[in-house]
Design a protein around this ligand. Structure first.
Ligand code: HEC
Length: 200
């Protein structure tokens, strides 16, 4: 194949890629709702979403830190397994008309798998650098998605599996046989906190 032909094919693929990603993004932009939400509604949902996400991150972060300090990552797996979902649910219950979920394109716990709308949002977020919060509007509710980036401490359990101690690999395989949540690098989008807010 001639060099110029190869270059032309490359350009077509590049164009198709950008066309696809920009369409995806348009479907999840706050203004995609009809009628478009008022600025006050956007501000209200953002404030409530950030508040609930903050509560969850503080509570989960404290549990994770305490568990790693006292028993290392293997013991912390058991703690995560027992407390992560109840803590997520209770972070929503702390606010009226709010429910909270954590989700990701590569779940460790199948209970955190994305639905089709979550997936579209996560894919659009992953294409942004850095990922930004997204609001998805529905009849009567708004879903506020807060991106979760991979920090240094997360790599202990979500990084390159080749760096994991043997006991950790075994504990993960036992508790999460379908684990997809490894192979992340620092700063990667690990997932999102989804805060669903009832609209008045
Ligand atoms: C001690 C090991 C460990 C560390 C460190 C850790 N996680 Fe996890 N993570 C888990 C386990 C176990 C689960 C599955 C249990 C759950 O949360 O539902 C999980 C689940 C998650 C989920 C829910 C989606 C899924 O894959 O099921 C997200 C999001 C997440 N972790 C993000 C993070 C972030 C961000 C950090 C760093 C701030 C982090 N984790 C650090 C062990 C860990």
């Amino acid at each position: 194949m001639k060099k110029r032909t190869r270059f032309a094919i490359f350009l077509i693929f590049l164009f198709a890629f950008f066309a696809m990603t920009s369409c995806d993004r348009a479907t999840v932009e706050p203004v995609a709702a009809d009628p478009a939400p008022l600025p006050e509604a956007i501000a209200e949902v953002t404030a409530r979403g950030e508040a609930a996400a903050k509560v969850l991150m503080e509570r989960l972060g404290a549990q994770l830190k305490g568990a790693i300090e006292s028993g290392g990552p293997v013991a912390a797996i058991t703690v995560c397994q027992q407390v992560a979902i109840p803590l997520t649910t209770s972070a929503g219950a702390a606010f009226e008309g709010v429910t909270v979920k954590r989700t990701t394109l590569k779940p460790r716990n199948p209970a955190n798998a994305p639905d089709e709308h979550d997936r579209a949002v996560l894919e659009a977020m992953a294409a942004q650098s850095p990922p930004q919060p997204v609001i998805r509007w529905e009849d009567g509710v708004a879903h506020f998605y807060r991106p979760l980036l991979t920090q240094e401490v997360c790599l202990k359990c979500h990084g390159d599996p080749a760096t994991f101690p043997k006991e950790l690999t075994e504990a993960l395989a036992f508790a999460y046989p379908a684990d997809a949540a490894t192979g992340y690098a620092l700063g990667d989008l690990r997932g999102a906190i989804r805060v669903t807010v009832d609209l008045p």
